[in-house]
Write a protein of this length. Structure first.
Length: 100
């Protein structure tokens, strides 16, 4: 088989090359667009939460001996509640009401 019209083949190769270049360019644009959209930023709230979680993990465990002491005082009727300390804790926010 003999191909007489070589000029048409050149035109076909040019069209094919142009399509490949255009496809590669479109792919680069999609990748650039995705890299611009996909961004992760932590808000100050999330940083605060991370800090609180870290601090909670570093906090001392419940002091079992102190809990036992208070429990014994309550059982014996000798536990003394100091109203000034309770009021101070409420004012400073160390005691939070669970009532809705």
């Amino acid at each position: 088989m003999r191909i007489n019209d070589v000029g048409n083949l050149d035109a076909l190769f040019q069209v094919q090359n142009n399509e490949q270049r255009q496809g590669a360019q479109e792919q680069r644009q999609v990748e650039q667009s995705n890299s611009q959209r996909d961004r992760l930023e932590f808000s100050t709230d999330s940083r605060n939460v991370q800090s609180l979680v870290k601090n909670a993990g570093e906090a001392p465990e419940v002091r079992a001996e102190r809990v036992d002491q208070i429990r014994n005082e309550i059982d014996n009727g000798t536990y003394n509640i100091r109203a000034e300390r309770v009021a101070e804790a409420i004012i400073t926010g160390r005691i939070v009401s669970t009532d809705a």
